[in-house]
Ligand binder design. Structure first.
Ligand code: HGY
Ligand code: MN
Ligand code: MN
Length: 406
């Protein structure tokens, strides 16, 4: 019988972590760089130290626990993120980190030391809900972001990221930009319906679609809702609503396109005042980089037209742009082999959600594996993955890591 993780211990650790930032309905809110986020990382750091790992933390709070191998050299790393969306579930991100720790605990109990060193990472601010861009921690880990610029980022609550880093004490002295990596493997919930509908336990993920995040700010003129003639309005609310409707219309006309208006705010927000200000965001996704760009260009063109016609000012910002990636075939095959060796049903698939692995993929050979999300639900308090599927994912992760670290 191939080595197995301790399923009860892993599912218990997920339940314990989910108590940190717990919200009504069984979900979690640990927005990046909040006290809850810090508490979640402290929980994981304590687990790392209890496992005897060498704990390192970088200048924006990425946390990595390292387990020496029989030899020095490039590390086989796993992990994910601990921050969550504003009304999230208990598996998104947490599963990858806790399963990584469970894998190392299982190896330790079995008295197994792999040839290569192993590591578990907890990247900060993968979700980008409070401070954009998303996957900020792994972008910084990869060396893409400047620390001063990151610290100056202003969040949706008006505070700076640097102030929150200092207040929570999440920053550390280490620098991961030259950390030698042999491979990165991320276990994550699918967050969609494919595995459940196919009745398959393991998703062998060979790529991730591209992401563009855009923000539109509209400045018009407030006035009386009843007296102002329709042809003499500068209605910011109307323009924002027209752009939001166009997001859905364009998504229908471009193959493979998914698009979401997650935030839509108008001011001053009273029933009989024509809004003078509005803000909306568009989350655009497509596996094809050209079509993704086409969606962004057509949406901006429409926004500029409808703003000009209404006589309002329009500001546009790109908040995030993560290109689509194809994962490393050798790592994908190692996951597939491990799923076979463990006797789990499996299938290849592309990820609809963005992940830290999307960033690590240009740093070292990288791939992901998924386990089913019940009802295909995620980014919601009802997010749920069955305990036996949690264990299946961790078992496949265990054997994938052993193969890559041999
Ligand atoms: O938005 C995403 O795709 C991921 O959950 N951060
Ligand atoms: Mn997420
Ligand atoms: Mn995630």
């Amino acid at each position: 019988m191939p080595l197995r993780v301790n399923a009860d211990r892993l599912n218990q650790s997920l339940a314990d972590l989910a108590r940190i930032g717990a919200i009504d309905g069984g979900g979690v809110c640990r927005l990046a760089f909040t006290d809850e986020d810090k508490a979640g990382r402290d929980f994981v750091e304590a687990r790392m130290r209890a496992l005897g790992l060498e704990v390192r933390i970088d200048a924006i709070g990425n946390l990595v626990g390292i387990r020496p191998g029989r030899e020095e050299g490039p590390i086989v790393m796993t992990g994910s993120h601990l921050d969550t969306v504003g009304r999230g579930g208990r598996y998104d991100g947490a599963l990858g980190v806790m399963a990584g720790l469970e894998v190392l605990a299982t190896l330790q109990e079995a008295g197994i030391t792999t040839r290569r060193p192993l590591a578990v990472a907890a990247f900060v601010n993968e979700e980008g809900n409070r401070f954009t861009p998303d996957v900020m921690g792994s972008l910084f880990f990869r060396g893409d972001l400047d620390l001063d610029a990151v610290r100056a980022t202003v969040g949706i609550d008006g505070t700076t990221l640097g102030d929150n880093l200092d207040r929570t004490g999440m920053a550390g002295p280490d620098d991961f930009r030259d950390l030698p990596l042999r491979a990165f493997v991320e276990l994550h919930i699918e967050q969609g319906p494919v595995l459940e509908e196919d009745g398959v336990t393991i998703g062998v993920v060979d790529g991730v679609q591209g992401i563009l995040w855009h923000e539109f700010r509209v400045q018009g003129a407030s006035n009386h809702a009843g007296v102002t003639p329709m042809d003499r309005r500068q209605d910011a609310g109307f323009v924002a609503a027209a752009i939001a409707a166009q997001v859905r219309h364009l998504a229908r006309s471009i193959r493979g396109q998914r698009a979401t208006v997650g935030t839509l705010e108008v001011e001053p927000g009273y029933i009989n005042i024509i809004p003078d200000r509005a803000r909306l965001t568009a989350d655009l996704r497509n596996p094809d980089a050209v079509r993704l760009r086409e969606m962004a260009v057509r949406l901006l063109g429409f926004a500029q037209e409808v703003a000009a016609a209404e006589g309002v000012a329009l500001e546009h910002r790109e908040l995030a742009h993560i290109p689509p990636v194809r994962f490393d075939e050798e790592v994908v095959a190692a996951i597939e082999q491990a799923a076979k060796a463990c006797g789990y049903t499996h299938r290849r698939m592309t990820s609809g959600a963005g992940h830290d692995a999307q960033i690590l993929a240009t740093r070292c050979p990288t791939a992901m594996l998924f386990v089913p999300s019940v009802g295909g639900v995620s980014h919601d308090v009802t997010e749920y993955t069955r305990p036996e599927d949690v264990a299946a994912g961790a078992n496949v992760l265990l054997h994938t890591i052993r193969t890559l670290a041999a």
